[in-house]
Design a protein around this ligand. Sequence first.
Ligand SMILES: [Cu+2]
Length: 112
Amino acid sequence: MKMVFFAMVITALTSFAPFSKKPMLHLVKMKGMDFIPKELNVQIGDTVRWVNESDTWHNVIAINKAFKSDNIEKKGDTFEFVFSKPGEYKYYCKPHRMMGMKGTVFVSTQTP
Ligand SMILES: [Cu+2]
């Protein structure tokens, strides 16, 4: 009897949850003159955190102007962006763009 009750509670909680999945946090390392990984697949509501793991400064600028970081000065400094719209977000690091420091975040809608 107790088991049935708990099963019902869990079912109720699950069906009233606003999201079909929990938002996730994705990390992109800025190392050398590269974003690692260069391409990333996320879902709406997910956060991407860029982490400076080098001894020079970087920044993160979306070509479609969706986001633009300040200078991410030193090792351990980060920049975060929450993706709320689907699409393809190409971005680059301004001082190292010519050296190929570019990346893309692909944002897909949630599957029900
Ligand atoms: Cu850079």
